[in-house]
Design a protein around this ligand. Sequence first.
Ligand SMILES: Cc1cc2nc3c(=O)[nH]c(=O)nc-3n(C[C@H](O)[C@H](O)[C@H](O)COP(=O)(O)OP(=O)(O)OC[C@H]3O[C@@H](n4cnc5c(N)ncnc54)[C@H](O)[C@@H]3O)c2cc1C
Ligand SMILES: NC(=O)c1ccc[n+]([C@@H]2O[C@H](COP(=O)([O-])OP(=O)(O)OC[C@H]3O[C@@H](n4cnc5c(N)ncnc54)[C@H](OP(=O)(O)O)[C@@H]3O)[C@@H](O)[C@H]2O)c1
Length: 427
Amino acid sequence: MVSDKLRLVAHIFTFIVPYAFTLIRQRISAIIHRQTYKVLPNSQIKTVVVIGGSFAGFQLVKRLTETLPTGYRVVLVERNSHLNYLFAFPRFSVLKGHEQYAFIPYTGLAKTAPEGIFCHVQDTATEITDKHVVLERGEKMEYDYLVIATGTSSALPSKVTSTEREGGEKELRGMQEKIADAKRIAVVGGGAVGVELASDIKSFYPEKDVALIHSRGQLLHSFGKRLHDHAISVFEELGVAVLLNERPKIPVDGNTLELLHGKEELFDLIIPCTGQRPNSAIVSAISPAAVSKTNSQILVKSTLQLADDSHPRIFSFGDVADTGGPKMARASYFQSEIVCQNILLLIKGKKDLKTYKPNIFFEGSIKLTLGKTRLVMYMKQNNGRELIIPANKGQIDLGVKSQWGFFGANVREIESESRDKAVAASC
Ligand SMILES: Cc1cc2nc3c(=O)[nH]c(=O)nc-3n(C[C@H](O)[C@H](O)[C@H](O)COP(=O)(O)OP(=O)(O)OC[C@H]3O[C@@H](n4cnc5c(N)ncnc54)[C@H](O)[C@@H]3O)c2cc1C
Ligand SMILES: NC(=O)c1ccc[n+]([C@@H]2O[C@H](COP(=O)([O-])OP(=O)(O)OC[C@H]3O[C@@H](n4cnc5c(N)ncnc54)[C@H](OP(=O)(O)O)[C@@H]3O)[C@@H](O)[C@H]2O)c1
């Protein structure tokens, strides 16, 4: 019987080798592009506006700075001062002293971009029209192509509300304090966020009573049964109480949860991890038909253009869009390449565009933490076979500092925030 590890290695090998060539090709063309891109006067420049600079928008902007022809530039409209490294938010809602590393400066984007091709506007887009993006501060920004990568909203431990790093850090510290002070804690919602948080609380604070309360019979139901079984066995070992098929209302005031059959449970702290809401409102006004009535996601074609023939120059992808792909950063990375290529094709006047087909094995795989050092890799093959590889060598800080390099930033920049602000204001 072939082990899950061997199957994974075989998959990685068949995928990585051709993909490595693609990356090398992209690097070489980026170097040539940097030498050949020319700065033109503003009046002769056309603009691609990308709204949202998290995992999806960041990667697209990076690729556009490497590929847009002379005469085009990309403007990133992002309300946050820093990229919020969400992967670490559940861990840093529990573990103290690392939260500053979860906010990565956007300086990396400008570092390698040719002069004049990129700028970052820190603001919220409040409206879009056929030609403009309207910003909260009142400014109207003209676009030739528009990409909406506005993702989703939710509360901690998934996301912070502050748009500045200092505020975000403070919110994480606030959650750390609440958790440290509580004896009986309920985590409501057994998706990946709830599972990671419940296991972190119990493994960093074994003396606390932790309950994970989930609406369905299976935890992590967007993945498979083997992942549920594995999580359940880890929770048994850690001593986390798991209550399935329970959908309590989250109380506005008080700390009592009403469970099935009228049973009431009192906790010191209730933490909802009940999922994400798509930030699609700006599309509703310009194209109501392109927003799903059932899940509020932006409806797109397989070319990732808005599913509205009157707006062929507007694209959307990542967690806000109904792309057919998994709601994972890895998936948005692959989608960003389709959007980038299609914008370049439209600029060249081509009609035959690339289409997005999710590679479920890679894009839908998950590396899930299950407490301090435990983690599990999970993937599903096209034939439905589930692969599961548990390990016990995760880093306490999730290796967050090494992630800065991926976003072109240097962890030492944390001490020179003024430089960061100068780049953000350079538009
Ligand atoms: C806690 C947590 C851990 C996760 N861990 C992993 C993981 O380990 N691996 C993985 O692959 N995936 C992981 N995911 C999923 C992954 O984070 C998402 O798939 C990814 O963040 C989606 O990226 P996005 O850019 O589409 O949207 P988002 O990350 O939601 O970002 C949207 C961006 O748009 C900005 N924005 C929104 N509206 C506006 C506006 N009107 N004007 C200006 N800016 C705006 C926001 O400020 C934000 O920066 C995790 C998710 C969570 C919540
Ligand atoms: N390590 C990683 O890669 C990682 C880590 C975290 C998150 N992520 C990804 O990020 C995305 C968001 O994750 P998420 O956990 O926030 O959302 P999610 O996957 O939607 O999970 C939230 C869960 O909460 C349940 N729920 C909602 N209301 C409830 C209630 N009142 N009582 C009990 N349960 C309730 C939902 O069930 P119903 O559907 O029945 O309402 C759902 O299963 C996902 O795609 C996830 O895979 C990845």
